[in-house]
Design a protein around this ligand. Structure first.
Ligand SMILES: Cc1cc2nc3c(=O)[nH]c(=O)nc-3n(C[C@H](O)[C@H](O)[C@H](O)COP(=O)(O)OP(=O)(O)OC[C@H]3O[C@@H](n4cnc5c(N)ncnc54)[C@H](O)[C@@H]3O)c2cc1C
Length: 438
């Protein structure tokens, strides 16, 4: 086990602070390493969280990508047991040719399953399938006091509920068991519908919620004024086709430009072109799963375009009862600021209770938007958005966050007190210190 002090960033590249990096690779030795590590320590999956949930400045980071073995897979039932550092990409490579696909996937396939559990990630099918944790059957958790806890919905159920969405703070997940969903192949039947108001978005989302397995909307964050909103509503379902998939061609952003390429002008132009291209293209088409689920994965290191200062993502959810007014207010604040990016997403969550104590989704509308880091101006806007989220009784998503105030967290996640009992005292993160005070 190598131990090296090195700078580590998360996806937003806001900081590059030094960490004691301990690379985990041998599952049989993890217990001893975790128990012997200097504290506080923290697991780091593939660093696809945007902010500080996976960072532990000056402390230990256990990197888990070396825990990348499949333990068992049953091609008759789609049940998979694997180590926590396996990525969804690796699962798809192995399982898709056998007719299986992750039951829930976020917008990148380069996340580890340990990271997907710790943030209890969601995808475009939340309204039907819930979160990632809904498809996990068992977890093996290594604690820094040397104990190992195997938990599931039936056994040590309270540990299961705390660890799903537990932000890596209950222990190190070494392996897990999960269920995949059957598919005929890697193709998705999709429809794209342009819309020009927030009401039209909700009409599309309502109609699609019982008809389409996957739904999400892209919106032009500059185009919102009092309910007028330009966007594209994407819906999809797995196609009954196992035709060969196109080969992957990934481009890369080769270096970090000295200044952010995301400016009000470039965002305006991109949004105009993107809307025009998609609103005039055929409404119904068939896309390979990479194009439909993971458009951003096609460009390696795309996060560099924001330049050396990095970027934030702001993702909130507001409850169903107030979603229309609250979403309109949020969008108007963002449009008036003129600072959003081209990556802006709107989606309605279903009303299925989440698997974890601190899972993010609640029934309502989630808005996710990237912002170049412009220092105080960006943080001022976030404070205004926070006030709106708090007034609506909503919450922010830890996987995307680097700055939410503790008071907003505690108001949005009232289960935080119950969660405290399951924290591993040897584990902490920058986010935990900010939100829990330790
Ligand atoms: C382009 C892009 C699109 C995205 N789209 C979505 C989306 O649609 N929906 C969504 O929900 N999220 C989305 N995300 C966020 C991403 O899915 C989550 O941040 C995910 O948790 C990252 O997984 P990771 O393996 O990189 O973990 P990291 O980011 O490295 O870590 C995340 C958390 O998991 C903990 N952790 C990691 N491994 C373990 C382990 N073995 N045991 C215990 N704790 C562990 C860490 O301590 C940390 O708290 C997106 C991210 C990107 C970059």
């Amino acid at each position: 086990m190598a131990m090296v002090m090195q700078p580590v960033s998360s996806w937003g590249r806001l900081t590059h602070a030094p960490h004691d990096v301990i690379a985990l690779a041998d599952r049989d030795r993890v217990g001893a390493v975790v128990a012997a590590s200097r504290t506080p320590a923290l697991a780091y999956g593939n660093g696809r969280s945007y902010g500080d949930v996976c960072l532990n400045e000056s402390g230990v980071l256990w990197t888990t990508r070396g825990l990348d073995r499949f333990i068992a897979f049953d091609p008759a039932s789609g049940r998979l047991a694997c180590e926590a550092g396996v990525t969804l990409d690796e699962i798809i490579e192995m399982a898709l040719p056998q007719g299986w696909f992750p039951a829930v996937t976020p917008g990148t396939r380069f996340v580890t399953v340990g990271g997907a559990v710790a943030n209890d990630v969601h995808g475009k099918n939340h309204h039907g399938a819930g979160t990632f944790g809904d498809h996990v059957d068992a977890l093996t958790l290594q604690r820094t006091d040397g104990t190992t806890i195997v938990c599931s919905r039936e056994r040590e159920a309270d540990w299961f509920r705390a660890t799903v969405g537990g932000l890596g703070l209950t222990g190190l997940i070494t392996s897990l068991e999960m269920r995949l969903r059957p598919v005929d192949g890697g193709w998705i039947e999709t429809t794209t519908t342009p819309f020009e108001s927030l009401d039209a978005f909700y009409a599309l989302a309502d109609a699609a919620s019982t008809r389409d397995e996957y739904t999400v909307a892209w919106i032009d964050c500059n185009g919102s004024r009092g309910g007028a909103l330009r966007g594209l509503f994407f819906a999809g379902r797995h196609a009954a086709s196992n035709a060969a998939l196109p080969s992957t061609r990934r481009r890369a952003v080769p270096l970090t430009p000295p200044l952010s390429l995301v400016t009000p002008l470039s965002v305006r132009w991109f949004n105009r072109l993107y809307y025009r291209q998609h609103s005039t293209a055929p409404a119904a088409t068939r896309q390979d799963y990479r194009t439909f689920f993971y458009p951003l994965d096609a460009v390696l290191d795309w996060n560099r375009i924001y330049g050396p200062r990095g970027f934030y993502q702001y993702q909130c959810v507001v409850p169903q009862a107030v979603q229309r007014d609250a979403t309109r207010e949020l969008l108007d604040l963002i449009a008036a600021s003129g600072t959003g990016s081209f990556l802006a997403v709107l989606k309605t969550f279903g009303d299925r209770p989440s698997a974890g104590l601190l899972s993010f989704p609640i029934a309502g509308t989630t808005l996710a938007l990237d912002f170049p880091n412009r220092g105080a101006a960006t943080l001022d806007l976030f404070e205004r958005l926070d006030r709106c989220v708090a007034a609506a009784g909503g919450r922010l998503y830890a996987a995307k966050d680097a700055r939410m105030p503790a008071a907003l967290f505690k108001a949005g996640y009232p289960e935080w007190r119950a969660f405290e009992a399951f924290r591993d005292p040897g584990i902490s993160s920058q986010m935990a210190r900010r939100l829990f005070g330790h």
